[in-house]
Design a protein around this ligand. Sequence first.
Ligand code: SF4
Ligand code: SF4
Ligand code: SF4
Length: 599
Amino acid sequence: MSSIKDILTPFTAWKNVFKEPVSIKHPLTERPGVPRYRGFHKNDIQTCIGCGTCESICENEAIDMVAVAGFEAKDGDSGLRPKVDYGRCCWCALCVDVCTTGSLSLSNEYTWVDTDPDNFRFIPGVDEKSWDKNELGWKKPEGDYEFYGLKRVDMGELEPDERDHSFIEMIKGYSKEQAEKEADRCVECGICTATCPAHMGIPEYIKAIRNDDLEEGLRILYDTNPLPEICGRICTHKCESVCSVGHRGEPLSIRWLKRYIADQNPSEKYRAILETENLQKNGKKVAIIGAGASGLSAAHYLVKIGYEIEIFEKLSEAGGMMRYGIPEYRLPYDQIDKDINYILSLGVKIHYNVNVGKDITLKKISEDFDAVFAGTGLHLGRSTRVEGTDHKHVYQSIELLRKITGGEEIHLAEKIVVIGGGNVAMDITRSLARLQKIKYGKVQVITTSLETEEKMPADREEVIEAREEMATVNPGWSPQRIEIVDGKIKGLHVVQCLSLFDETGKFNPQCNLDNKNFFEGDMIVESIGQGMDLSYITEDIKDHLEMGPRGRIRVNDNFQTSVPWLFMGGDTIQGPDVIHGIANGHKAALGIDKFLIEK
Ligand code: SF4
Ligand code: SF4
Ligand code: SF4
């Protein structure tokens, strides 16, 4: 039932008709908004990374990402910054609440008198405004609510006491539920794509996981990476270091998500999923030297274009450093085989145990094929050359890893000193620790490096896991001399290393000779980097090759050398790592195709 008040109330509003509007009466009178009022935008543009998540969430299309003078695109920063249009903005503050870095906020300033409508479109933080220094306004409440999870879905792995005496794979892989939960954290900004050397479609394949369309996920992976099982396990995942979610939380587990897609797709369905059942041939032949990451990648993309591919491989199996340099507990052989067998199923031929330069010359190969791609890797160990390194029980990590991964017996001392601070040093440390545990029941490996703990080039997780497996990692020492008594190694003398590079950036270690140490060991393993063996390139060809910095052969953007039929990629050109090899094998394949079309 309506009351008399309900009938009369609308008429009482008429009294306002005779009042002057407040905005006309007090146009410039300051009437501050409440402290958390959602006024005009502010942006700390030094903290903003141009991820565009604010632009994506704005339902009103009030934000455009624009280039700003002085901000270039670089790893982890698109170089763009948000521009806001107040003709569209409804001050919902979704953009602030979703901002991945927390750089965006709203001031509590809401009055603005201006005669030029264009001024109501501006780049917060770049176009100076009076409220830039205003502390009040709307900021996303800390810890109140989040649009995406800040914490990673944990990856299950074997406990140290389950893994320290075996080479079985230690990382278990995500379940469907875990992968979808982790994929849900992605804001699809694509900032990671530029940092991935292969520029993989990361947000797209993560979205495929969310949509539970893993066949589509596999197709996206193969667009730029034909070794997803391998990369899903051992990629150096530089992309994760720039993930925008990592600014306020933990970055996406991009590598493990890639592995999830590859793991869930059975190999026998690959050819149907990837639509490679009826590849057409174009009648041209390309030779590849080395069946490592770059060679296999080049082979995959070339055979898909129509080329006949033959790979000349020095060792008895394909995979290069992925098979012979990375221990099985990180990269099981059946997963390497899954990736390689698919490439072989496309018709790629491999000639095993063929040493180019000895069994067949590069010149002969160049005469038999239309073009050659060489991805021969870094298979030579480097020595510190300190006194005593000529002893028979001083080894190079690379030769030991080749034997261990090939199932050969090695000399295994009870006490071992490893010299090196990179990932290969961690691989040999952890492999030797496992072998010691199996043979002697205890681990006595000390690993030392010139670099201090903070500067060691190895992935942090590798160092932590090596220690969990009872290896000692004691960085920051410079090897001086190997102590040998009666023909037997007793250990390594070291002094404290203070710095590695001089002010010009040249490698020039400085040491404190008064701070000495001695690491006991009956066997020393050097793991201070690898070199390339280019002896297969004869002088008549070498004479025409332009050299680049650090003894590397110069190549153009298509990975073509100055000898037109010879393309090169992989660790001898860039990296060293698997994903650079994959990326330049792909680019070289496109370059070879272009070269042969134009020839
Ligand atoms: S406050 Fe809302 S409407 Fe305005 S720019 Fe942000 S998301 Fe868009
Ligand atoms: S979401 Fe934040 S960090 Fe990303 S572009 Fe917008 S303001 Fe910058
Ligand atoms: S993985 Fe991270 S950086 Fe890449 S698209 Fe997703 S949120 Fe953005």
